[in-house]
Ligand binder design. Sequence first.
Ligand code: RB5
Length: 153
Amino acid sequence: MKKIAIGSDHGGYQLKEVLKKYLVDLGHNVEDYGTFDEKSCDYPDFAKLVALAVAEKKSEIGILVCGSGVGVTVTANKIPGIRACLCHDTFSARQGVEDDDMNVLCLGGRVIGSELAKDLVNAFINAKFSNLERHKRRLNKVLDLDKVKYSVN
Ligand code: RB5
């Protein structure tokens, strides 16, 4: 069983609630970082909390939902150590972990239905990083980018 951080904005709230119950019923330890109702709110506030929980290892993995899934993905990837991906197909949800060590799954609550979302979450939480040499080499190149502060003109 896994420690999983979950969060959404108002656009992802309903799907977040469905997935939270689904994961708790499976026996996972789910930490809900909000939002807690459908009032309009700002996705960066919740994406940041979930991303920090994963980066600081309070949770093993994270799940984020907004209307499209785009806003939470963009935000979460600003936190060093986070590899957040918007996956609406099970191949990417699984292979994103196996090859790329994705640690936050992002979903669009206004794009996909709850049954597909459960399949995506299952593919994500049951996958393991392959540890194959070529994937470790590529991952290390990604991790190196977290260590450098780039200034862009
Ligand atoms: C909120 O209306 C919407 O913009 C947000 O949920 C998300 O889709 C952003 O990417």
